[in-house]
Ligand binder design. Sequence first.
Ligand SMILES: [Zn+2]
Length: 122
Amino acid sequence: MHETVIASSLLKIITEETAKQHKNLYVDEIHLKIGLLNCIEAQTVQGCFEILAENTRAEHAKMIIERLPLQGFCNDCQKNISITKRHFVCPLCQSGNVDWQGGNEMQITSIKVHEKKEEEKE
Ligand SMILES: [Zn+2]
């Protein structure tokens, strides 16, 4: 997936969702969670989003991106494990004999908004 595409679809989701709630809602913060194996560059998405969001209700919104830990099952110690760095071995026994699950997720976890009053100036 390309970062520009991701940024523009995020912007679309966010602006449509907030528009549904109230016409004067402006977006302050967007919290995203991205799977550890998802190879999109957080900084690039943030940069693209900033440019695309100009003159929208999400202008000046801060994007906070967190990496989700990767879940797996170690076949050597027979345990469910999770890692937060791209070092693909079991953290308990250092085995590489692990079945990893998922890792490509991308979720919007929360959006912080504020309401702008009609009479308020920019
Ligand atoms: Zn293990």
